[in-house]
Ligand binder design. Structure first.
Ligand code: SAM
Length: 229
């Protein structure tokens, strides 16, 4: 069935645009930049309050980019970084890397204790397929961070940069709906964060870091911790 709103959004970007976009240099901050480090560490600290880190031995970082989502993860996890962009993987210093599309993962069923994505699904034309693949290669847990379009900055950015236009798909029912269709139940979810790792200005950072992560409705990220049903 055709959904008129999605048909309109589809005209704004395509998987092919995304492939070209992610092979380009975007001048992102390095993974050891203090704002990036704070951003990633804050996320993992929060996740560890809801996911017992000792239950995870192996993990897949899907859409890993240059790798800060791996670098600050618990030290004793064995993580594979996977991305569809050779350019992004070249900038990623992690030792175990795979070049693959999220919709066709080259891993056997039930390979990883945890499969996680930080800001991947809004770059994928068929996030439902990616979600099904994530569930397939996970033994148990799936973790998703996605931009919250109800945050004014995220909404504005989705219009400024066409490769971010699919952020607007992320209504509050969208990700839970995809999870349910894929056979995943929500263990915990929240909305929060105000720090953009690559865009938050240095002068604003000392103020923003005083705030707690959780910021219902207007935080920059939607977070879902999911478990296979
Ligand atoms: C916004 S970046 C996020 C990178 C990293 N997770 C982070 O938090 O910094 C999105 C990443 O998803 C990757 N990507 C986009 N489409 C993909 C696809 N279909 N399959 C796998 N990776 C994809 C891009 O190459 C890019 O590295």
């Amino acid at each position: 069935m055709k959904h008129p709103e999605l048909e309109t959004l589809r005209q704004t970007t395509t998987d092919e645009d995304q492939r070209v976009y992610w092979e380009q240099e975007h001048g992102f901050r390095r993974s050891d930049h203090p704002i990036v480090r704070y951003f990633a560490s804050q996320r993992w600290q929060m996740i560890k309050r809801h996911l017992d880190a000792s239950e995870v031995h192996t993990a897949l970082d899907l859409g890993c980019g240059d790798g800060f989502s791996t670098l600050y993860a618990p030290d004793d996890w064995e993580i594979v970084c996977c991305d569809a962009s050779l350019h992004m993987l070249r900038g990623n210093t992690h030792s175990k890397k795979a070049l693959a599309d999220a919709c066709a993962l080259p891993f056997a069923d039930n390979t990883f204790d945890l499969v996680y994505t930080w800001e991947l699904l809004h770059h994928v034309e068929t996030p439902r397929t990616a979600m099904i693949e994530m569930r397939r290669v996970s033994k148990r847990f799936v973790l998703i961070f996605e931009p919250n379009p109800y945050n004014p900055a995220q909404l504005a950015f989705s219009y400024v940069d066409k490769e971010h236009s699919w952020v607007r798909r992320n209504t509050f029912s969208h990700l839970p709906g995809l999870a349910k269709q894929a056979g995943l139940r929500i263990v915990w979810s929240t909305i929060g964060g105000l720090i953009f790792p690559n865009k938050t200005p240095q002068w604003l950072f000392p103020l923003l870091r005083l705030l707690p992560f959780r910021l219902p409705l207007f935080g920059i990220s939607q977070v879902l911790l999911l478990e296979k049903t």
